[in-house]
Design a protein. Structure first.
Length: 382
């Protein structure tokens, strides 16, 4: 098994055992405890989680802005969006976000009461254990605060499927990260999502002052598309061929998905890869010509209008117009022709960018443009 175990076992502190399950913590009995309870014992795990996109899944300004737009389109957005961005609502029905634990996003207790992931039609759903037992990937875990049980599910990619896969009522597959992985060579080799997104790092499952614990935890910061380091590891670009002709050249460029277990980009279809091919003069380092190619998933509504905002995509998609994203370990070859070039020495430069443009507040747009990789070669036109 090449997978790496997910999510450390949850236990509350000795002093906070009973209050964790009272209305004082904003939790209905036998539902969810706040992450603040969990950190009393699991301080190292909590320190990573609190800076993760799981922790910010509800409070993230990009989500908040898209959610407000979605609610203006349809009240159905409430249950649809919050089931994953504030998943405690799946049980406590706190759609008005009154409880702190609901506002914590993908909080500790949510993942650690999941005991099964079932498939209904095209989508997945979570099944929960509603007693005091907390489940996780550690065998023979023992807590004085709650019952603990080993969960093989927490070592598998399937636990991610409930939120990282979604087909809308029109049958349009909007989020496909899990199925992309399922069809990949990584799945065939037994490499799970956790192997890349929750690797083992420094820390204790339980803080030493509470109980003796082995050192080494799965990192709960869950780095992915919002991590510059992770994005830069996903692909390689190579100028593989240069064919010269009179006053011009045809450039062949290869882009390979070398480091991602799903297509790139994945997740929300508003993300894209941008391949930029530039021809520069050697003497003046001046840009002479530039070509661009985008790898993305383009969706339209039922009338054929192209959708570009997250809210519209999630609620109004009628069909996939095109999908040029790159599969795991796939090499995509493209050609670019430059003409009208006088005799000179030039440089051909290929750069691959991760590009995500989103609203952080109404009318305020932020672009996340990350240079992933590049390649460069000289060329002489005679």
């Amino acid at each position: 098994m090449k997978s790496i175990a997910l999510l450390g076992v949850i236990c509350a502190s000795f002093a906070c055992a009973d209050p964790a399950f009272t209305q004082d913590s904003g939790v209905t009995k036998n539902l969810f405890a706040s992450s603040g309870v969990c950190k009393e014992c699991h301080a190292d795990i909590h320190s990573f989680w609190k800076n993760s996109m799981h922790a910010f899944s509800y409070s993230d300004p990009i989500f908040k802005t898209a959610y407000e737009k979605a609610m203006k389109i349809s009240q159905e957005a409430k249950a649809l969006c919050l089931q994953c961005h504030a998943p405690a609502t799946q049980l406590n029905r706190d759609y008005e976000m009154q409880y702190e634990v609901t506002r914590e996003g993908v909080t500790c207790d949510f993942c650690h009461v999941v005991i099964a992931v079932t498939r209904a039609s095209e989508n997945f759903a979570y099944k929960f254990n509603l007693d005091r037992t907390r489940v996780g990937p550690l065998r023979n875990a023992d807590s004085p605060i709650h019952a603990s049980a080993y969960s093989e599910l927490h070592t598998k990619s399937e636990i991610c499927a409930g939120c990282h896969e979604y087909t809308n009522p029109a049958g349009v597959r909007l989020l496909e990260t899990y199925s992309e992985w399922k069809q990949s060579p990584y799945a065939a080799e037994g490499v799970q999502c956790q192997g890349c997104h929750m690797p083992i790092g420094e820390g204790y499952v339980v803080r030493p002052g509470v109980r003796q614990s082995p050192k080494g935890i799965n990192l709960h910061n869950l780095q992915g598309g919002h991590s510059i380091d992770k994005v830069k590891m996903a692909a390689k670009v190579r100028i593989s061929d240069i064919q010269k002709f009179h006053e011009g050249a045809r450039i062949t460029v290869e882009v390979t998905n070398t480091g991602s277990g799903h297509r790139i980009p994945t997740g929300t279809p508003s993300r894209e890869l941008l391949l930029e091919i530039s021809l520069l003069s050697v003497s003046a380092n001046q840009l002479i010509q530039k070509k661009e190619l985008v790898f993305d998933k383009t969706l339209t509504d039922k009338h054929g209008r192209i959708l570009d905002g997250d809210a519209e995509i999630m609620l109004s998609a009628g069909r996939i117009l095109s999908d040029t994203r790159i599969w795991p370990r796939e090499t995509r070859t493209s050609q670019f022709t430059f003409v009208g070039l006088p005799s000179n020495l030039y440089r051909i430069r290929a750069k691959l960018y991760y590009n995500y443009i989103a609203e952080t507040s109404p009318g305020q747009v932020q672009q996340m443009l990350v240079e992933m990789v590049s390649d460069e070669k000289p060329i002489s036109i005679e």
